[in-house]
Ligand binder design. Structure first.
Ligand code: ZN
Length: 250
């Protein structure tokens, strides 16, 4: 069996969906890109019963290559996200309470807090309602993810993706916390939103923060002459925070 380590990480991430409260029971699903396709949790199997061989291997055209079970009924939007965003390496989908509550009002998360930029733009959109498992839902999800790494899904839940399973899960947790905070704020009144300029600035700060800080340093060291002549030059935003083909979408 190939990709045993990634299969184990998928199970660990799926269990974390329960532990973090993002998902109760077996709702939600997790996948990771591998050579020639992606691995995804099977349909209707409780996470604590999952074994590495139960994780389903599918190609990018929707064919099951290997698996003891049928894939999650929501495999289609996983496939379409991987096909539309070659930098998406892992996807987490869940029905967390606060995200889902907002999504049931067809509300996304606006720039009420600077951390909203963690998903890649000035807001986190909510895609239109379409029945689960359909190509129409997939299309709506991919559109809502334009320039974003997470979105809410009307009358359904949320999706987050990232460079790996840990990052996809951690973004999902961040988005759920933002949804909770936004609802607390709404109980007291309508918040004043941060401007596009404020959010652009936050995103610039994110590009040069954490993991990216080291990349910025490496970039400076890699081109010492240019840096010496032109002063401090940060890498283009597309280099680290957003990928070249990730549209701006602000
Ligand atoms: Zn779902």
């Amino acid at each position: 069996m190939r990709h045993v380590d990634i299969r184990q990480k998928i199970i660990k991430t799926a269990l974390s969906l329960n532990e973090t409260g993002l998902s109760a029971g077996a709702s939600g699903n997790v996948s990771a890109r591998v050579d020639g396709g992606f691995l995804i949790t099977p349909s209707g199997v409780k996470y604590h019963k999952l074994r590495p061989e139960d994780i389903v291997f599918m190609d990018f055209e929707g064919n099951v290559i290997q698996g003891n079970y049928v894939p999650s009924s929501e495999w289609r939007f996983h496939m379409d996200i991987y096909n539309a965003r070659d930098y998406a390496k892992a996807i987490v989908h869940a029905h967390p309470p606060y995200c889902t509550a907002l999504a049931c009002l067809n509300k996304g998360i606006p720039a009420f807090h600077y951390m909203v930029a963690v998903a890649g733009g000035k807001n986190i959109r909510c895609c239109r309602y379409e029945p689960f498992g359909t190509a129409e839902l997939s299309e709506a999800v991919v559109k809502a993810l334009d320039g974003r790494r997470a979105c809410l899904m009307s009358h359904h839940g949320m999706i987050a993706y990232g460079d790996n399973l840990e990052k996809a899960l951690s973004l999902a947790v961040e988005v759920e916390v933002l949804a909770q905070q936004y609802q607390l704020v709404l109980q007291m009144g309508e918040p004043e939103l941060l401007s596009d300029e404020d959010m652009e600035r936050v995103m610039h700060q994110f590009w040069t923060y954490g993991d990216n800080a080291q990349k910025v340093e490496n970039e400076k060291r890699r081109k010492p002459r240019k840096t010496w002549k032109t002063g401090v030059s940060y890498p283009k935003r597309s280099t680290f925070y957003k990928r070249p083909n990730e549209k701006d979408g602000m």
